[in-house]
Design a protein around this ligand. Structure first.
Ligand SMILES: *[C@@H]1O[C@H](CO)[C@@H](O)[C@H](O)[C@H]1NC(C)=O
Ligand SMILES: *[C@@H]1O[C@H](CO)[C@@H](O)[C@H](O)[C@H]1NC(C)=O
Ligand SMILES: *[C@@H]1O[C@H](CO)[C@@H](O)[C@H](O)[C@H]1NC(C)=O
Length: 484
């Protein structure tokens, strides 16, 4: 409670009353204190909890603000000692909660300090209401920028966040962020991709505010910044952190299963999802592509929506399905983009085998739909069977035009043998590096459930060739899982 300054003589009487009132309050308070201490002393952990039973301390907000200021003061003093800051620095605190960072900077002598906040609240000195993706400052205005955990960790658009930092910082300037992420190599790499005009100076564990485990990352803006154009690298490199992840993934099933319809289906329980191993923050977009999606319920609805760990990220979903029998259903599904094509190596018409057998009942026929092999028009002259003409499209070209490496991309592929054309094409074009995690059903001459000792006549590839496909992807750092 604040007592307003009482200046005029007419207010004197009022102030006398106030003083008396206050004295009375203090008396009541003391009496209560004495009572509580004597009666409840056994159940009291501390004087505080006796004094203010079950009610928060009235000054807790102010106390927290003071603690925050002390915390940031010590953070910035360290940076000052390390030479990242100087008293001449123009500094900006992004998404400050209560201005504590700015106050702390000014208190230790960095007077040219400002803050922005997208909350309407604080408006202390030097703090402006602005979004972290749109600083109200000109290019190269600051030598130093800082983001506490309310900034980078919570921004809905880390790409634009990074671009703004890069824009308003001078070359050679420092950006320091506190984050609860960056606990694994994958998330560090994701972040460095966002800040690609910066070099990593340091990443260290610090004691965060209120002892929350926090990491401090220090980046320095390069003198010459690259253009933000994705460089097409055909032979994409195999980053070590991706290979390390694969070491932690479930093993591939080395031996050909005798009952593949059981073994492969059960294998989904062993799958080590990428998003269960690493932090997927700091990505541009989150994309799931279901190649050979068939009906909505077959994998998007039953598996991806329900089981894939998404870390609360909003995923865009693409369904690639050529069979028109499934198309109507997707019209009603909001949030799923249907591409009514067959994934292929170029844009061309294809023949699509529908596997219709005359004796089968209608519903079995429906179940068999979409299970057909595809082949190009040229090679289909001596193809016997029930075929439909469909449109194939260049999956690799589409992928390259749709996502970038900074996106988080998950692909499920069930394309009835076409994987042996698509995967090599993805690899040779470098597009494979756009994919973070893959689930592939590999089609081979598997043992059949119906007829013991007989292999499926439908596919010519062997289990060994499938295993080779999976291993070659894993060697390239692609986290691929065996789908059934
Ligand atoms: C400021 O920087 C951005 C890119 O960082 C650039 O597009 C823009 O033209 C620059 N503006 C001025 C006034 O130099
Ligand atoms: C970057 O530029 C500054 C001056 O503009 C210079 O002092 C510094 O040496 C340069 N750093 C590099 C790595 O070129
Ligand atoms: C191939 O087809 C896709 C889908 O219709 C289209 O977006 C793309 O532009 C086509 N590419 C070429 C080279 O025609």
């Amino acid at each position: 409670m604040e007592i307003p300054a009482l200046k005029s003589a007419t207010n004197l009487r009022l102030s006398n009353i106030l003083v008396r009132l206050l004295s009375f309050c203090v008396l009541v308070f003391l009496a209560r204190f004495a009572y509580v201490v004597t009666v409840n002393s056994h159940s009291c952990d501390s004087l505080d909890s006796c004094f203010f039973p079950q009610t928060p301390k009235p000054s807790s907000a102010a106390a927290a603000a003071a603690r925050r200021r002390a915390h940031y003061s010590s953070v910035f003093r360290d940076l000052l000692t390390e030479g990242l800051l100087s008293t001449n620095s123009a500094s900006l605190c992004i998404e400050t909660l209560d201005g504590a960072e700015v106050t702390a900077l000014r208190e230790i002598g960095i007077v040219n300090s400002f803050g922005i906040s997208s909350q309407k609240l604080p408006y202390g000195e030097g703090i402006r209401y602005a979004k972290s993706i749109n600083h109200p400052f000109g290019n190269q205005s600051f030598d130093f920028e800082f983001s506490g955990t309310a900034g980078l960790d919570r921004t809905p658009n880390p790409v634009r966040f990074a671009l703004e930092v890069s824009r308003t910082l001078i070359p050679g300037g420092f950006f320091v962020a506190h984050t609860e992420s960056l606990s694994d190599e994958y998330s560090l790499h994701s972040l460095l991709r966002l800040f690609d005009s910066f070099t990593l100076i340091k990443l260290r564990e610090i004691k965060g505010f209120d002892s929350v485990p926090t990491r401090e990352i220090i980046l320095r803006k390069k003198n010459r910044t690259r253009n933000h154009v994705e460089i097409e690298n055909r032979e994409c490199s195999v980053p070590k952190h991706k290979l390390d992840l694969i070491k932690n993934a479930e093993l591939l099933i080395e031996e050909e299963p005798l009952k593949p319809w059981i073994t492969l289906k059960r294998n989904i329980k062993n799958v080590k999802y990428l998003s269960s191993m690493v932090d997927i923050s700091f990505k541009n977009r989150y994309v799931y592509i279901d190649v050979g999606a068939r009906s909505y319920g077959s994998s998007i609805g039953s598996w991806f929506k329900k089981q894939y760990p998404k870390q609360e990220k909003p995923f865009e979903i693409y369904a690639i399905e050529a069979d028109s029998a499934f198309h109507d259903e997707y019209k009603k599904k909001k949030g799923v983009k249907l591409l009514p094509y067959a994934a292929w190596v170029k844009n061309e018409s294809l023949f699509f085998e529908i596997n219709r057998e005359p004796n089968k009942k209608k519903n079995e026929e429906e179940k068999g739909r979409g299970m057909g092999r595809i082949q190009s028009v040229q090679s289909s002259s001596n193809f016997i069977g029930d075929v439909n003409k469909i449109e194939g499209f260049d999956f690799t070209a589409w992928l390259k035009s749709t996502v970038v490496e900074r996106d988080y991309v998950v692909v499920k592929m069930d394309v009835e043998g076409t994987e042996f054309h698509l995967i090599p094409r993805l690899i040779e074009s470098g597009a494979i590096c756009l994919i973070d995690e893959m689930f592939i059903e590999c089609h081979y001459n598997r043992w059949q459930r119906c007829c013991p000792g007989k292999r499926s006549p439908k596919y010519r590839k062997t289990y060994a060739q499938c295993l080779e496909l999976f291993s070659s992807l894993r060697k390239r750092g692609v986290l691929v899982h065996q789908w059934w």
